[in-house]
Design a protein around this ligand. Structure first.
Ligand SMILES: Nc1ncnc2c1ncn2[C@@H]1O[C@H](COP(=O)(O)OP(=O)(O)OP(=O)(O)O)[C@@H](O)[C@H]1O
Ligand SMILES: [Mg+2]
Length: 287
């Protein structure tokens, strides 16, 4: 029987087996990818878009009450990996995920598991603030309503207020809750989206470049918020800003061409990276 590499060599022709080996096989990760108090446990995760492997066997834990930042050059698979964590990749045609991802010990890819409540437990904040075309109040109340989290209007009001307070937005919007969420500034919209995520009591919050559309002041507010949220949630954040990773996260994971190259304490990754690729990236020689 031919090996996968041989078969692919025959079909692609142009690439040498060494190139294909680099393209298709995972590299060992430098650093300890486990934590003592894991909330999420990912092992040998591979993601395919049709025939193309975008994540090549990534294993890592996300701990309770930690912020894990994911960094790496454009196209290395950060968003793809993040989307695995709440099965957002399910919505992409031709995308296939293998390996195991557990949330509190439960396999999130188990066929009997409904991805809708999963996405409340593992919430997501996107690069571009995306409030619903509804009022500020309704943006936050929407999730609790569809998940049946409150029994009456007074409870819902209280949940909307506490979520907006946790997102650091309450004082700015309390007098205009009935106005459209889309009428807020970019930084306020992003905090509204964070309030919307928090309102359904997630265990994990995924953030994909949440500050890339914000100015430095709004960025500082959101970064402060991320640090506060850590006391209650586990957070995985993708960022292109190494300064941001250094400011907000306790651990950092460096991705490169679908591999998790190195993971460790944020301070160690930025001051004494062990892998040459990590060093090249953080010193600006690559990416
Ligand atoms: N829907 C898709 N269909 C096919 N290929 C995809 C799809 N989404 C991403 N890819 C490919 O998967 C690889 C990883 O992409 P991904 O968006 O995860 O990278 P990224 O690290 O988030 O990059 P960036 O920093 O630019 O956001 C890339 O080669 C990309 O072209
Ligand atoms: Mg991305």
């Amino acid at each position: 029987m031919s090996t996968v590499v041989e078969v692919m060599e025959k079909t692609t022709g142009a690439m040498s087996s060494a190139e294909l080996a680099g393209e298709q096989h995972s590299r060992a990760t430098v650093g300890d990818f486990t934590v003592a108090d894991a909330r999420m446990t990912c092992r040998d995760v591979e993601v395919w878009y049709g025939p193309k492997k975008a994540i090549k066997g990534v294993s890592l834990d996300i701990g309770k009450n930690e912020v894990l930042s994911m960094i790496g050059p454009s196209g290395c698979g950060k968003s793809t990996f993040l989307r695995c964590l709440n099965r957002m990749n399910d919505t992409i045609d031709g995308c296939r995920v293998t390996g195991s991802i557990l949330l509190d010990g439960q396999d999130i890819y188990d066929k009997s598991l409904d991805p809708v409540p999963l996405r409340a437990r593992v919430g997501m904040v996107f690069q571009k603030p995306n409030p619903f075309p509804k009022s500020i109040y309704e943006n936050v109340a929407y999730g609790p309503r569809i998940h049946g989290l409150t029994n009456n209007r007074a409870e819902l009001d209280a949940l909307v207020e506490s979520s907006l307070r946790k997102a650091g937005l309450w004082e700015e919007v309390k007098d205009r809750l009935d106005q459209p969420g889309t009428g807020l500034s970019g930084g306020q919209q992003q905090r509204l989206c964070i309030a919307r995520t928090i309102a359904v009591s997630p265990e994990v919050i995924l953030m994909d470049e949440p500050c890339s559309a914000l100015d430095p002041i709004a960025t500082a507010i959101v970064e402060e918020l991320i640090d506060e949220l850590r006391s209650q949630y586990s957070i995985a954040i993708v960022t292109h800003s190494m300064q941001q990773a250094a400011r907000v996260s306790q651990r950092t994971a460096y991705f490169h061409l679908g591999d998790l190259i190195e993971i460790g304490e944020t301070n160690d990754i930025f001051t004494s990276p062990k892998h040459r690729l990590t060093e090249d990236y953080i010193t600006g020689r690559f990416g």
